[in-house]
Write a protein that binds this ligand. Structure first.
Ligand code: AP5
Ligand code: MG
Ligand code: ZN
Length: 214
């Protein structure tokens, strides 16, 4: 199964991705996670990406596309993958199409998670992430059992630099301008599934599985 998760910042892409990749045993490719890992490790790529991320802007297409192309050529992607947060511009989507054509494969489904702006801000600002294993929590909707300690691995949970109300608002503006046009792009290709992301986490997941025919 080759899937793309589309949706505004804080919609629940990462949350749903964790369930979907386990269910279908496919790799989870989140460009945001790849950039955050590189920022943490202080690599050249991390240094390039950090300024854009902190300002809520997109990292340039050529940088992102090259990373995804390399990742898709790895062996664990041969039977499927889930892309989370990529593509994010029409140009990225066109370049992804040509990469996949060269590989002789295509995207099966693009899952769009629909959530309104006020909910997005509340979700992103309250989000907490484990520094060690990356598990995602929310101070209200998915709290850790012990304050600031990850349920899974005992690691420390933290708030992302770009999860302030101001930066989230900027990210939503960028989403509307740059990424929202992909909804039309993929609906023309008849590969789009839209889910109501306002529902609770498990109901959203159930709807996604049903739409995938599971
Ligand atoms: P990225 O990390 O991809 O951020 P994003 O797209 O803005 O999305 P988020 O990760 O913020 O949200 P999500 O949809 O994954 O929500 P989550 O499941 O965590 O990108 C970060 C930056 O990297 C970009 O701004 C850009 O600079 C750069 N970048 C990345 N990809 C790029 C690309 N392709 N091109 C250029 N630049 C790129 O959920 C959010 C919170 O809500 C959590 O706390 C969760 O517990 C909670 N929650 C989730 N679902 C529900 C629910 N149904 N009910 C209640 N709470 C819920
Ligand atoms: Mg995410
Ligand atoms: Zn953890």
């Amino acid at each position: 199964m080759r899937l793309v998760l589309l949706g505004p910042p804080g919609a629940g892409k990462g949350t749903q991705a964790a369930y979907i990749v386990e269910r279908f045993a496919i790799p989870h490719i989140s460009t945001g996670d790849i950039f955050r890992k590189n920022v943490k490790e202080g690599t050249e790529l991390g240094q390039k990406a950090k300024d854009y991320m902190d300002k809520g802007q997109l990292v340039p297409d050529e940088v992102v596309v090259a990373i995804v192309e390399d990742r898709l050529k790895e062996k664990d992607c041969s039977d499927g993958f889930l892309l989370d947060g990529f593509p994010r511009t029409v140009n990225q989507a066109e370049q992804l199409d040509s990469v996949l054509t060269k590989m002789g494969v295509e995207i099966d489904w693009v899952i769009n998670i629909n959530v309104k702006k006020e909910t997005l801000i509340q979700r992103a600002v309250g989000r907490r992430i484990c520094r060690n294993c990356g598990a995602t929590y929310h101070i209200t909707f998915k709290a850790t059992k012990k304050e600031d300690i990850c349920d899974v691995c005992g690691g420390e949970v933290y708030q992302r630099n770009d999860d302030t109300e101001e930066t989230v608002t900027k990210r939503i503006e960028v989403y509307i301008k740059e990424t929202q046009p992909l909804i039309e792009y993929y609906s023309k290709k008849q590969s789009l599934i839209t889910t109501d992301g306002e529902q609770d986490i498990h109901k959203v997941y159930k709807d996604i599985l049903a739409a995938l025919g599971e």
